[in-house]
Ligand binder design. Structure first.
Ligand code: GLP
Length: 239
C-alpha cells in the first residue's frame, strides 16, 4: 500500500490537524490512542490546534490502546499516566470520557472483558491510532498475534521490555494488556503513524506485505479504512 508522506518538520502539525478535523466531523468520536514516543509531538500540539479552531473534545471518548501490568497507578511509564499528562490534562474543556483497561484489578483477564464491554457500550471505536513497533507490533500485539485476537494479557518481547525501561520502568514489566487485533480491525478507521529513519525498514516491510502474524501491522492491510501516515525520514529510511 502507499503511505501518506509528510515532510518531517510538518508531520506533527499535520497529524494534529487531521485529528482536530476528525473531532470536528464527529464531535462524539470514540478515539483509541497509543503511547510510545511517535505520537507525543502530536499530543503536544492537539490542544492548541483545537483551541485555535474553537473546537472541543468535550464529547469525545478516548480509549487507551494498551497498558503495562504490575506498575502502580500513576507510575510515569504507565500508558494511562502518559496519556493523561501529555494530552488529557491539557484539553480544555476535558474529554467526555476516558476508557482504559483496569489493570489494577486482581484479575486482569476479567478487566479485559469489562473493557471490551465498555468500548462496545460506547458504540465501538471510530478511529484507532497506532504507532509501529520496530518488530512490526501494534499496541502490544507482538509477533505471532492472530488476526482474531481479542483484548488480552500478553507476554512482552525483550524489545518492548527494553522500551519500558526507557519510559522509566526498571525492572520492566513482563506482561501487558493490549487491545486485540480483532477490536482494532473492527474500528471504522485505522491510522498507523511512523516517524524517523529507525522505522524505515519495518515500514517498508509493512507496506509491501505479505500479510503475516510475524509482523502484526501487516494484518491491517486488508482494512478499507487504513491510512499509513509517515514522515519523510521513515519513508526514506532503510535501517
Ligand atoms: C511500544 C508500544 C506501542 C508503540 C510502539 C512504538 O512498545 N506498546 O503502542 O506504538 O511500541 O513505540 P515508539 O512510538 O516509541 O517507537
Amino acid at each position: 500500500m502507499t503511505p501518506e508522506v509528510i515532510p518531517s518538520a510538518e508531520w506533527a502539525d499535520a497529524v494534529a490537524g487531521r485529528l482536530a478535523d476528525a473531532i470536528a466531523a464527529n464531535p462524539s468520536l470514540v478515539l483509541c490512542l497509543p503511547t510510545g514516543s511517535t505520537p507525543l509531538p502530536v499530543y503536544d500540539r492537539l490542544p492548541g490546534v483545537l483551541r485555535a479552531r474553537g473546537g472541543s473534545a468535550a464529547g469525545v471518548t478516548i480509549v487507551g490502546l494498551d497498558e503495562f501490568l504490575g506498575l502502580p497507578p500513576g507510575h510515569r511509564a504507565r500508558c494511562d499516566t502518559i496519556l493523561r499528562h501529555r494530552l488529557l490534562d491539557r484539553l480544555d474543556p476535558p474529554v467526555g470520557r476516558f476508557i482504559a483497561v483496569e489493570v489494577d484489578r486482581a484479575d486482569p483477564r476479567s478487566a479485559c472483558a469489562a473493557f471490551e464491554a465498555e468500548v462496545s457500550g460506547a458504540g465501538g471505536i471510530d478511529l484507532v491510532v497506532l504507532g509501529l513497533g520496530r518488530n512490526g507490533h501494534v499496541g502490544m500485539n507482538e509477533p505471532g498475534s492472530r488476526i482474531d485476537s481479542p483484548t488480552r494479557v500478553v507476554e512482552l518481547t525483550p524489545s518492548t521490555r527494553e522500551a519500558a525501561i526507557g519510559y522509566g520502568a526498571d525492572p520492566p514489566p513482563t506482561h501487558g494488556v493490549t487491545l486485540g487485533m480483532a477490536p482494532i480491525l473492527a474500528a471504522r478507521e485505522i491510522w498507523v503513524l511512523a516517524t524517523g529513519p529507525e522505522k524505515g525498514t519495518i515500514l517498508q516491510r509493512v507496506l509491501e506485505g505479505p500479510t503475516s502474524p510475524d509482523v502484526p501491522a501487516t494484518l491491517l492491510l486488508g482494512h478499507e479504512g487504513l491510512t499509513v501516515i509517515a514522515d519523510e525520514a521513515a519513508a526514506k529510511g532503510r535501517r
